[in-house]
Design a protein around this ligand. Structure first.
Ligand code: NAD
Ligand code: UDP
Length: 319
């Protein structure tokens, strides 16, 4: 049985990755310090012999007994309000945490895939963004703690690949959504859906003309799975190119949820990217991958998940 370590296992993407690799017959070792994650996302796995869990901060030395075939490094705060609230931990997990996991991969002779992001392109001056675009990041802005940690993460991963011959993969993930997102993590989909369910107005930041392209989680996981099993070490974009402005998106959510609430406008956060759309030509040719789930279907599934939360979960506010 192949053994895989997944960091960030109790988070949104990490928990779906655990499910997928269990389903594929792997022995899965999940690791998480629960700083933005929730054990509820993986509690269904605890009864399985194929699954074990370590509560550990990967910015500190990482030890795992036994052999490892693969490592997926997904631990990191991922939403703007999370990484603005815990900026130093965000920098550390992207830098020290990645260094620890690369070291572990080297010691175990494991293949490692690291979770990078469309944020390495910053507020892009090129549209859509292809992997050869170097990006436009404000190093000292509030989002810099995340963007630069991820850029460093890519650099150190390539250095281990080139200098130590480590078997590495880099996925640049574009906005992904689906069940198990944290309702109050501040990202736009849980924010709008939570507001609709609580009977609050939907908060559009700026004039809402900024765009994003939303990928359903099942498509994202399939892309990551194929990339891990490929032989390509340079970064690959995985996302859904179907782009929409945030204002139009808020209107779509109003229709989907049937809420009577309206849109209200708030200040645009500093350095909020104005346009974002992945160029997925590379993933198509290299992995034979493209997204399959239409936004209408993915949003319905996501809304069904949020509707299933308890009143307490719906009204609890951590931020
Ligand atoms: P998430 O916040 O739901 O999950 C991240 C998990 O990492 C959490 O469970 C958290 O507790 C854990 N974690 C954070 N710091 C840790 C540390 N030092 N040690 C151990 N565990 C730690 O976020 P997500 O959306 O699932 O994102 C997962 C990864 O994917 C992140 O690396 C993120 O940068 C990347 N990513 C996600 C998206 C997206 O749209 N969801 C987009 C681009 C990149
Ligand atoms: N956004 C918004 N209202 C909210 C939350 C977010 O208008 O309540 C906007 C945000 O300014 C950004 C877009 O939605 O332009 C996507 O934000 P998210 O935090 O989901 O992801 P990211 O900015 O990292 O792509």
């Amino acid at each position: 049985m192949k053994r895989i370590l997944i960091t960030g296992a109790a988070g949104f993407l990490g928990s779906h990755l655990c499910d997928r690799f269990i389903q594929e017959g792997f022995h899965v070792i999940g690791m998480d310090n629960l700083i933005t994650g929730d054990l509820k996302n993986i509690e269904h796995l605890f009864k399985l012999e194929q699954f074990e869990f370590y509560n550990h901060d990967v910015s500190k030395f990482v030890h795992v007994s036994g052999n490892l075939d693969y490592i997926l490094h997904f631990a990191s705060p991922a939403s703007p309000i999370d990484y603005l609230k815990i900026p130093i931990q965000t920098l550390k997990v992207g830098s020290l945490g990645t260094h620890n996991l690369l070291g572990l991969a080297k010691a175990k002779q494991a293949r490692i895939l690291i979770a990078s992001t469309s944020e390495v392109y910053g507020d892009p001056l090129v549209h859509p963004q292809s992997e050869d675009y170097y990006g436009n990041v404000n190093t000292i802005g509030p989002r810099g703690v995340y963007d630069e940690a991820k850029r460093f993460q890519e650099s150190i991963t390539m250095a281990y690949h080139r200098f130590h011959g480590l078997d590495t993969r880099i996925v640049r993930i574009f906005n992904t959504y689906g069940p198990r997102m944290r309702l109050n993590d501040g990202r736009v989909i849980p924010a709008f859906m939570g507001q609709a369910l609580r009977g609050e107005d939907l908060t559009v930041f700026g004039d809402g003309s900024q765009t994003r392209s939303f990928c359903y989680v099942d498509d994202q996981i399939e892309g990551i799975y194929r990339l891990l099993l490929s032989d390509y070490a340079l970064p690959v974009n995985i996302g859904n190119p179907h782009e929409i402005s945030i204002k139009d998106f808020a209107e779509e959510i109003i229709k989907l949820t049937g809420t009577d609430q309206k849109i209200i406008y708030k200040d645009l956060p500093k350095d909020d990217p104005m346009q974002r759309q992945p160029d997925i030509s590379l993933a198509k040719t290299l992995l034979g991958w493209e997204p399959k789930v239409q936004r209408a279907e993915g949003m319905q599934k996501t809304f069904a998940y949020f509707k299933g939360l308890t009143e307490d979960e719906l009204f609890r506010s951590e931020h």
